[in-house]
Every structure is written in structure tokens, then in C-alpha cells.
Design a protein around this ligand. Structure first.
Ligand SMILES: [Zn+2]
Length: 125
């Protein structure tokens, strides 16, 4: 995965994080809009980079046991993996996670095959 792709997923993840934080009222709606000019994108504005950091949530009274809190944890995990260049790699089998899956679920830890195994549906289709 090249730098450009990583930046793209980083923005996706941060957008999703903002969406959740707005939904639970931790952020004022529309206060942190992603202002990006297509084609000549200078990257992520400083305040958004701030959002990507672990410190941000420490100032929030975030219930990590809630479904929103868990999602934030997943997103932070994915952002950390982006930094370590481990993003997009299945945590189970170490194979690449499909791009289609990543676009739909940028914080996915597992590839589809491992996810199915993990769910243990017992349905061997
Ligand atoms: Zn896998």
C-alpha cells in the first residue's frame, strides 16, 4: 500500500471517528468538517491529525464499553496500524484484506475468510 492510499484510508477513518463523536455528542456537529480540495489535497489539517491521536479521547468522557466506544477503539487501532504500515493486513493470517472490504470497513482487523471462521457459524458454504 502506498502513501497515497494510506492517506486515503486515514481520512476515511478520521471521518468515521468524527461521525461517531458527533453522534454521541462529544463533538459539535459540523465543527470539524473535512475541507479538502479534490486533486490538490495538501493532506490532513492539523486539527484532524490531532483527532487521530490517542490523546484526543482522554479529554472526552467516552464510555469504551458502549458500541460507539468500541468502534472508536477499532478506529484507533486501525490508525495505529496505518502508522506502522500494517494497515490492510489480516491480524490472523497476515494476508492482505481486500480493498473492497477496506473501503466498506476501513477498521476491519480480519480478512473475510478469517472473519467467517471467527464468527464460527459452522456453515461451510
Ligand atoms: Zn485472514
Amino acid at each position: 500500500m502506498n502513501k497515497k492510499e494510506r492517506e486515503k484510508y486515514k481520512k476515511l477513518l478520521i471521518k468515521e471517528k468524527i461521525r461517531i463523536l458527533e453522534a454521541i455528542g462529544a463533538l459539535q456537529k459540523g465543527s470539524l468538517e473535512l475541507r479538502q480540495v479534490e486533486g490538490e489535497n495538501p493532506g490532513i489539517p492539523t486539527h484532524l491529525a490531532e483527532l487521530a491521536s490517542d490523546n484526543f479521547e482522554k479529554n472526552l468522557d467516552l464510555d469504551l464499553a458502549s458500541s460507539e466506544g468500541k468502534l472508536i477503539v477499532e478506529i484507533n487501532n486501525a490508525l495505529a496500524k496505518l502508522e506502522k504500515k500494517l494497515f490492510g493486513i489480516c491480524e490472523e493470517c497476515r494476508k492482505k484484506i481486500g480493498k473492497k472490504r477496506l473501503r466498506a470497513l476501513p477498521y476491519a482487523r480480519l480478512c473475510i475468510a478469517c472473519q467467517k471462521k471467527d464468527e464460527g457459524s459452522g456453515l461451510n458454504i
